[in-house]
Each structure stands twice: as C-alpha cells, then as structure tokens.
Design a protein around this ligand. Structure first.
Ligand code: K1U
Ligand code: ZN
Length: 176
C-alpha cells in the first residue's frame, strides 16, 4: 500500500490539539506501523500522528537508526506526558512538515517521558540531548505546535513569506 502522506505547513490540521487514545485498537496498531514506515522513508528521527492526518496522541521515534534494518529500534509512545524537566538546551531543529527550513530552538535539556506502548504497558524513559529535543518536538505536534512557533517573530515571518512564495511557484508550475 502507498505510504501515508506527511502534511506540510500551513495545513490547518497541524494546528489541532490531538485527542488521547482510550483503546489500542487494530486501527491504532496499523497507524503506528505506517508511521514507522514513513519515518524511515522520509527520512526522519521522529513522527507524530497529526503529521499523517491522524489527530490522536501518539508518536514514533528512533534517534539512532542506521540504514540496515538491524540498526533500527523504533519506539511507539501513546498518550505521552513529560513529567520531569531539568536545564535548558539549544538545538538546530528541522521538521518533516516544515519543508526546507531549520532553526535553533531552546528546550528542556533532560526530561522524564511517560506513556504507553502498543500493548498498553507503561513506558518510562529519561532522555537528554537530541532524544530529549525530539520527544519535546513530537509532543508539541500533539498540541498543534510547530517548532517555528518557538522561534522569533521575525524569523517565523521570514519563513512564512518564503513558504508562500514556494507554494505560489509550485502552483504556477502545475498550471503551465
Ligand atoms: O517530527 C518531525 O517532523 C521529525 C523531525 C524530528 C526532529 C528533528 C530534529 C530535531 C527535533 C526533531 C525530523 O526527523 S527532521 C529530519 C532529521 O532531523 C533527520 C533525518 C535523518 C537523519 C537524521 C536526522
Ligand atoms: Zn516536526
């Protein structure tokens, strides 16, 4: 089956607050499997359900994967909550839903993530560095927040202008 499409800014579905998952159904398991496939295909190190148009609180992450299948260790996190935070860190972030742009964002340096896995078992993970940054980025997606909402107004408006121009050019090219 074709891969699910990743929604791109300014798709309004990226602004929605996703709803908690109250039952882990076959549909949720299939969504998780599809998201893992999309994450490796893009490629990315994380992906949140709203990015593929599913407004539910789930993300997938693999911050250390390599091209060989044996080097892959995807984690699925359902109803994530960041319950402890310590220190600050800055990181150059990108986003599969924000094409052709990256910017430095300040976030919590060390976090404790809680949630559920696909069997409904509790997950508890302490993370720092890129892993902590990526988890916060994915939880933001579940709350309708993009990393460009966490940069200066000037930088954001310059990006929005560039993106509008890019979309207008794409539309002209399609009509030609
Ligand atoms: O949620 C997303 O849009 C995925 C995003 C996650 C992320 C990256 C960097 C900092 C914070 C969050 C990406 O994966 S962008 C692509 C990327 O960073 C990457 C892709 C392949 C190899 C290594 C990195
Ligand atoms: Zn993103």
């Amino acid at each position: 089956m074709a891969l699910r499409e990743v929604l791109q800014f300014p798709d309004p579905r990226l602004k929605l607050v996703a709803r908690p998952i109250d039952e882990i159904t076959e549909e949720i398991r299939q969504l998780a499997a599809d998201m893992i496939e999309v994450m490796y295909d893009e490629p990315g190190i994380g992906l949140a359900a709203p990015q593929v148009g599913a407004s539910v609180r789930m993300f997938v992450i693999d911050t250390e994967w390599s091209d060989e299948e044996v080097g892959r260790n995807p984690r699925v996190v359902i109803n994530p909550v960041i319950s402890e935070r310590e220190g600050r860190i800055t990181w150059e972030e990108g986003c599969l839903s924000v094409p052709d742009y990256s910017a430095t964002v300040e976030r919590d340096a060390k976090i404790l993530l809680r949630g559920l896995d696909l069997d409904g078992n509790p997950i508890e993970e302490r993370a720092e560095g890129l892993r902590a940054v990526c988890i916060q980025h994915e939880v933001d997606h579940l709350d309708g927040i993009l990393f460009i909402d966490r940069i200066s107004r000037l930088k954001r408006s310059l990006y929005v202008k560039k993106r509008r121009k890019q979309l207008a050019e794409e539309s002209t090219a399609r009509q030609a």
